[in-house]
Write a protein that binds this ligand. Structure first.
Ligand code: C2E
Ligand code: MG
Ligand code: MG
Ligand code: MG
Length: 305
């Protein structure tokens, strides 16, 4: 079917557009139904993948970022960029967030119980770093829920970190500030995610009680693009590292894809990294297999790279 719009142009309203709208609706309904219980969520294909965060100098595991996954039995893999936004719009984000938090704490507790994480006692506790969305950071009940999830898991506050992006901080600064202070008061570290890409990054660092900054992958990939070093990107990363150091923050570089980027960052004084070069986000079973075989050694060497 063709139809003339207000400018007299012909627009085609084809079956595909209609189908897509209907599919979104179906997914939203399924998500709402799935997230009523953890068992339903798992059956509907919701799960958590884990990406190691390592010490650059030797590839020692420091913790994992928890990344939500929806592996739908008919539609296949649905990206978090799609279903997280959907969950925010429909209000199911609190249930989804709770599922992710409980699942990732349970998985980490299991790995620690098996003694898989104990071969480097001088290091700080291993952690799982969970992303939270703006709606969660606005919820007065949130710190209490996080505290409850921690007690259920039997883990310590140092075993958990929460990641927020700058867009989260911009929702309503006063409310978010109160909620994040509540999280900090529990002894849980906060990470500022995708640092440098947002609006007014420095002001946010000044205003919110952050412990970790994660340098966005955009800077990392520009560090060494097609063989040469981008001096402007390097200066930016230098500045972020200097600032992190003087503010006493840990800095994690995101999206490391090759040894060259790892070497440059290490030489620049960046201590922690995450990226495909070390490992892609992995299902819990693969993490367990790695821990049983290699312990906390997550250096590319250990994996025969
Ligand atoms: P993020 O928190 O910045 O997560 C890092 C993203 O970069 C992940 O994408 C990860 O798979 C990807 N990544 C990691 N290393 C590399 C690399 O070397 N190269 C490239 N090209 N990509 C890499 P993913 O899993 O698709 O997640 C996308 C975003 O969705 C996340 O960005 C986060 O903002 C959001 N997200 C994921 N899980 C959750 C969740 O449980 N709750 C909330 N609120 N948001 C989530
Ligand atoms: Mg993140
Ligand atoms: Mg990020
Ligand atoms: Mg991101």
């Amino acid at each position: 079917r063709a139809k003339h719009d207000s400018h007299g142009h012909v627009r085609v309203y084809d079956q595909a557009m209609h189908n897509e709208a209907r599919q979104v609706l179906t997914l939203e309904t399924e998500m709402r139904r799935a997230l009523t219980t953890e068992k339903n969520a798992r059956e509907m294909g919701f799960t958590v993948y884990y990406q190691p965060i390592v010490r650059i100098s030797d590839g020692l595991l420091t913790g994992f970022e928890a990344l939500a996954r929806w592996i739908h039995k008919e539609s296949g893999f649905i990206g978090p960029d799609v279903f997280i936004a959907m969950a925010e719009e429909t209000g199911t984000i609190h249930d989804l967030g709770r599922f992710i938090l409980h699942q990732s704490l349970r998985d980490l507790a299991g790995w620690i119980d098996l003694g898989c994480c104990q071969d480097a006692p001088e290091e700080r506790d291993i952690f799982v770093s969970v992303n939270i969305s703006g709606k969660q950071a606005m919820r007065t009940l949130f710190p209490g829920e996080v505290s409850g999830a921690l007690s259920t898991s039997g883990l310590k506050p140092t075993n958990l970190k929460l990641e927020v992006t700058e867009s989260v901080l911009m929702e309503d600064m006063t409310t978010v500030g109160v909620i994040l202070s509540g999280i900090k008061a529990l002894g849980i570290d906060l990470c500022l995610d995708d640092f440098g890409t947002g609006y007014s990054s420095l002001a946010h660092l000044h205003r919110f009680p952050m412990d970790v900054i994660k340098i966005d992958r955009a800077f990392v990939s520009r560090l060494s693009s097609n063989g040469s070093v981008d001096m402007r990107a390097k200066s930016m990363v230098d500045a972020i590292l200097a600032m992190g150091k003087s503010l006493g923050l840990s800095v994690v570089a995101e999206g490391i894809e090759n040894i060259k980027q790892a070497r440059i960052l290490s030489k620049m004084g960046c201590h922690f990294a995450q990226g495909y070069y070390y490992a892609k986000p992995l299902p819990a079973t693969d993490v367990l297999a790695h821990l049983q075989q290699h312990g906390r050694d997550w250096s590319p060497k250990a994996m025969g790279k």
